[in-house]
Design a binder for this molecule. Structure first.
Ligand code: ADP
Length: 301
């Protein structure tokens, strides 16, 4: 097979590992920087060009689109889909998972457990919003934040109001969320491929830290999931339409609740914590699934 990894940086651990596994399984790999792709949009024969050459005869692509380039990156993935190339995660699903509010709304509609969450455009009724999500302590999040930056725990109603007003004053989009205290500063990263959780790790925040992000000094270890946690993770990925997803869960008193469904989950943390060949399992999945015309949406919707 001829497989492209759509990634800005061939040196990243995840990109490198998948490239290695593609070669080890006897396939051809190309790492393609989406920002250097250019395209023609025509009804008969859409094309993608890269460094002066037309990209042809790919059997499958693995999109690894960073959050900062979602707009152009998903357009490149969509173009491959229009050319009938199999994408392990489709452009529509990637865009969907990048929009935190849209994702939470979709998951809620299907009855997936979530922390009670509120959002508002105006700060006029902040007090009421705080009451609606159950009052302090509560978590306030920047919608655009990653790696735990812009995730704040407000211990009192007054603190919550100040933080919300400060963020909104800076024109930042936020959501407010019930604080899941019983999670004890830990979360579960469930790595889903197809309809299975293939690896799972528990991330524990540093001393006195409620955020479990490894970038914030948390540490990771292999996790044993309950059947309910597995089912929740697999269902969440399916609802988003992702074949490969990193589903983050918190253990709450009312069962597993979803934090986030990530469409380009990193491989380094999970492979090191679980000693599993996750990259190899992604390529196995492509070998089974990739066929021309298998793309469900072909970029529509
Ligand atoms: P990011 O996408 O920036 O990592 P998250 O929403 O995943 O932001 O939050 C970062 C971390 O903060 C989570 O992994 C979790 O440990 C903690 N956290 C986030 N929301 C809550 C919450 N509602 N209750 C308890 N802990 C939370």
């Amino acid at each position: 097979m001829k497989i492209a990894i759509i990634s800005r940086n061939p040196k990243l651990y995840s990109t490198r590992r998948m490239a290695e596994e593609i070669v080890a399984k006897g396939h051809e790999v190309h790492v393609i920087d989406p920002l250097l792709c250019y395209m023609t949009i025509a009804s008969q024969r859409p094309t993608i060009h890269y460094k002066g050459e037309e990209l042809t005869e790919f059997d499958a692509i693995i999109p690894r689109i960073g959050a900062s380039i979602t707009f152009y990156g998903t357009a490149v993935v969509r173009q491959f889909e229009m050319m009938n190339v199999y994408s392990i995660n489709e452009s529509v699903a990637i865009s969907r998972s990048r929009d935190k509010l849209r994702s939470l709304q979709l998951l809620a509609r299907k009855g997936i457990g979530l922390p009670v969450t509120g959002f508002a455009h105006s700060t006029k009724y902040t007090k009421d919003l705080i009451t609606l999500v159950g009052g302090a302590p509560l978590v306030i999040k920047l919608l655009e934040g990653t790696q735990g930056i812009g995730v704040v725990l407000a211990e009192t109603g007054k603190a919550a109001e100040s933080v919300i007003e400060a963020f909104r004053g800076l024109k930042a989009n936020i959501l407010v969320q019930e604080f899941i205290k019983e999670a004890g500063g830990a979360d579960l990263r469930c790595f889903v491929i197809g309809d299975k959780v293939v690896a799972a790790m528990k991330r524990q925040g540093g001393e006195g830290e409620f955020r479990s992000n490894l970038h914030r000094g948390g540490n990771a270890s292999i996790a044993k999931l309950t059947p309910e946690e597995r089912l929740t993770a697999v269902r969440a990925a399916k609802i988003m339409g992702l074949n490969v997803a990193g589903v983050d869960l918190l253990r709450s008193n009312h069962g597993p609740v979803i934090m986030e469904v990530n469409s380009s989950p990193g491989l380094e943390g999970i492979e090191k914590a679980t000693a599993k060949n996750v990259a190899g399992m992604i390529i196995d999945f492509i070998e089974k699934q990739a066929k021309p015309g298998k793309t469900k949406t072909r970029g529509k919707g």
